[in-house]
Design a protein around this ligand. Sequence first.
Ligand code: ATP
Length: 247
Amino acid sequence: TATQSVLTMSNVEVVYDKVFLAIKGVSLEVGQGQMVALLGGNGAGKSTTLKTISGLLAPERGEVTRGQVHFMGEDLAPLGPSQRVDRGLVHVLEGRRIFGHLTPEDNLLAAFSLKSDRRRYQQLRDQVYTYFPRLKERARTKAGYLSGGEQQMLAIGRALMTEPQLLMLDEPSLGLAPVLVEEIFSIIREINANEGVSVLLVEQNAAAALEIAHHAYLVENGHIVMTGEADVLRQNPDVQEFYLGGA
Ligand code: ATP
């Protein structure tokens, strides 16, 4: 492609418990400024793919990765998870792991690493509040009391505090009412368009993801079974039947 790639994965395999192949030769690419969706059902291998990229798999637990992952041209293999965050790669885990006993603002502060740079902190925090005004309105509420949608907003906001080049989102729509999914997805689209942040979006909700993504990969049983422009995939009869509920 003409656009420079931010992330390239080639022939990645992941083994759990030394014997189980969870992903079987996955290759994918995220171009600069692109929003790429990784779609598939339960257990297809989507979360495993993201964990491979963010460095959350642990060889000492028998979780072994083969193949190559490059981020901005750099081989990620020698880098630990926090070094990857420093490089601009951030992973919002499935299930929104926010600090429930802290306020939204303290959650944002906890995710900001240059504690001495108060001005930069305020700029980033205000940017998060611009995208998610609801978080500002709920500033005095402990995050554990926020609604599911608000917690998802906070999880994304925390990721933005690290000034990512690549934002990886694991099922941001999970458990949310359709109107909220629409709201959050349109904000993700805005962040991608306005901030130049590339996005890798993992979803079971293919219909919603294909509306905002530029490009998509379909994963089944640890393999990429189809890839293409989101608009083209939406018109594909097999995609319509198996991913879009026969729409
Ligand atoms: P989900 O949306 O349910 O998370 P997924 O597409 O993200 O689905 P993965 O979580 O990547 O799928 O799981 C891929 C396969 O690996 C599944 O068969 C799953 O049971 C298995 N698996 C996931 N995590 C582990 C683990 N820690 N140990 C052993 N097997 C695992």
